[in-house]
Write a protein that binds this ligand. Sequence first.
Ligand SMILES: C[S@@+](CC[C@H](N)C(=O)[O-])C[C@H]1O[C@@H](n2cnc3c(N)ncnc32)[C@H](O)[C@@H]1O
Length: 207
Amino acid sequence: MGVREAYNQWAPTYDADRNLTRDLDALVTRTTVAAVPCTRILELGCGTGKNTAFLAQLGAHVHALDFADAMLARARAKVPHAHVTFIVADLTAPWPCGDQAVDLVVCNLVLEHIADLHFIFAEAYRCMAAHGHLFACELHPFRQYLGAQAMFQREQAQIAIPACVHHISDFLHAATHAGFRLTALKEWWHCDDQNAPPRLVSFLWEK
Ligand SMILES: C[S@@+](CC[C@H](N)C(=O)[O-])C[C@H]1O[C@@H](n2cnc3c(N)ncnc32)[C@H](O)[C@@H]1O
């Protein structure tokens, strides 16, 4: 099953399933992004709008992209605000966003599904105004080395969603190559993660 179809199938239970990674990401995003100055926000892979609801409180305009219709339908219902637009878009093709149109790009738990990081960082750089920020929070590759990946249960089957491993150096290299300057790199554990490698890694870059 491909990534888009998998998320369309996961959509009805994505918010309710037990998922410590999703919950930790929500906490990390709320504690980290609140301090970043922004008015125009672009969210990549918004899913069911878990973080869009928070971003809508921060920005005057929020533009949220995802390629899974069923995930987007849930996001639209959750965040029905006039200043938030949801658009069906594949992040591996040029994004429906103007040059220098936003001052914050946010990306959570998406990049494990995208092989070419260089394209993502180049598009983020193109869409971002000078001195804007890119915040990304992703499954830590240490977890992937141990076999973790996005998955969900359907009836008796465990469905693993196609994913690729990006090492920390891959993120840093692709971002630097696009022109970004790293301002923070943090590793995160859920309070239930005892003696385990970090669950998430977050990055804040500035243009
Ligand atoms: C794990 S969910 C994360 C959703 C949301 N960001 C969150 O933190 O809850 C990953 C999302 O990325 C989207 N996605 C994955 N690859 C994509 C692509 N190439 N283009 C657009 N969206 C994509 C999926 O449809 C899904 O909604």
